[in-house]
Design a protein around this ligand. Structure first.
Ligand code: A2P
Length: 284
C-alpha cells in the first residue's frame, strides 16, 4: 500500500476512506448533527458509529442534511453486546438503520466478541451472530461486514464456521499498544484494521517521545500518532468534538514518518488497554 493512499480496499472490493471520524461520547440530538456536519466540512467521509453510543438519530440527520449524496458517506455501525445471536442481530441492524434513517450500512461490525470468561457457549454465540452478519450482507443491509476487538484466537475460531471471513477488524491500536499478533493475523488474511483510540484516548499527547517527534517533524502529537497508525496500514478513527482538531487530525496524510521513527514508536513501553470487553466488567 502506498504510504500516501487516501483510501483502502476491503476484500470484497469496497473502497473505504483511509481515516474515519469516531463518534463515541458525542452527545445525541442536534449536538451530534452539528459535530458530524463539522466533521464533513473538515473532510471526513467515514463515520464510525455504534448503537450503544446513543447518538444514531443525530448522526443520521447530519447525513440527510449533507451537501453531498449518501454514496459519498461511508457509514459504519456496530451491533451491541446485548443483541448477539442470529435473529436478534438481524433485528438490531434494522433498528439502527431506522434510527439513522438510512437504507444500508457501508460496514456493519460486531462490537465485542462474546467473552470466553463469561459465556461457556461463546463460540456458538459468535458463530450465530456472524451468520446473521453474512445474512445482512446478502440482503443488502450492509455492503461489508466485520468485527471489533477479535484477537487472532477468536478470529481463527470464527473462521471454522464462517462462510465469509470478516473484511475488517476494529481494534485498539496506537503507539504503546501494537497488538502485534492480531495485526499479523489480519494482514495475512486480507482483513483491514481500523484503529480505535489512535491517540491512546489522549494519553499519548504529552508523551515525551511523541512530543520530541512532533517537534522534529513540525507536526502535532496527535498527527504523529495518527500517522503511525496509517503507516501500519490501519484506518485511524480519532475522536474529537473540536473542529480545528478535526482538521488537524485529518491532515496527518501530508507527511511520512521515517522507518527509524516508526521503530521508535513501536518500542514505546506497553500501555494498559484503554477498555476491556464490557462482558467481563459485568462479571466483577
Ligand atoms: P477533544 O474531544 O476535547 O478534542 P482517542 O481518539 O485516542 O480516543 O482520543 C480522544 C481524545 O483525544 C479526546 O479526549 C479528544 O478530546 C482528544 N483529542 C482528539 N484530537 C486531538 C488533537 N488533535 N489534539 C489534542 N487532543 C485531541
Amino acid at each position: 500500500m502506498s504510504k500516501q493512499q487516501k483510501a483502502l480496499t476491503l476484500a470484497n472490493g469496497l473502497v473505504i476512506p483511509a481515516i474515519g471520524f469516531g463518534t463515541w461520547q458525542i452527545p445525541g440530538g442536534t449536538i451530534a448533527t452539528e459535530i458530524v456536519t463539522a466533521a464533513f466540512s473538515a473532510g471526513y467521509r467515514l463515520l464510525d458509529t455504534a448503537a450503544v453510543y446513543g447518538n444514531e438519530p443525530g448522526i443520521g440527520a447530519a447525513i440527510l442534511q449533507a451537501p453531498f449524496p449518501r454514496d459519498e458517506v461511508f457509514l459504519s455501525g456496530k451491533l451491541w453486546n446485548t443483541k448477539r445471536g442470529y435473529e436478534s442481530t438481524l433485528r438490531a441492524c434494522r433498528q439502527s438503520l431506522k434510527r439513522l434513517k438510512q437504507e444500508y450500512f457501508d460496514l456493519y461490525l460486531i462490537h465485542w466478541p462474546a467473552s470466553i470468561q463469561r459465556f461457556s457457549d461463546w463460540e456458538s454465540i459468535n458463530a450465530d451472530t456472524w451468520r446473521a452478519m453474512e445474512q445482512l450482507l446478502a440482503d443488502g443491509f450492509a455492503k461489508a461486514i466485520g468485527v471489533c476487538n477479535f484477537d487472532s484466537f477468536l478470529l481463527k475460531t470464527l473462521a471454522k464456521t464462517a462462510h465469509i471471513q470478516p473484511m475488517l477488524n476494529q481494534i485498539e491500536l496506537h503507539p504503546g499498544f501494537n497488538a502485534e499478533d492480531t495485526v499479523a493475523y489480519c494482514d495475512s488474511h486480507g482483513m483491514i484494521i481500523e484503529a480505535w483510540s489512535p491517540l491512546g484516548s489522549g494519553a499519548l499527547l504529552d508523551h515525551p517521545t511523541v512530543l520530541a517527534l512532533a517537534k522534529r517533524y513540525a507536526k502535532t502529537p496527535a498527527q504523529i500518532c495518527i500517522r503511525w497508525c496509517a503507516q501500519k496500514g490501519a484506518i485511524p478513527l480519532p475522536k474529537t468534538a473540536n473542529p480545528s482538531r478535526m482538521s488537524e487530525n485529518i491532515d496527518a496524510f501530508s507527511f511520512e514518518l521515517a522507518e527509524e521513527d516508526m521503530h521508535i514508536l513501536d518500542g514505546l513501553p506497553a500501555l494498559a488497554p484503554s477498555f476491556t470487553n464490557p462482558d467481563d466488567d459485568e462479571m466483577k
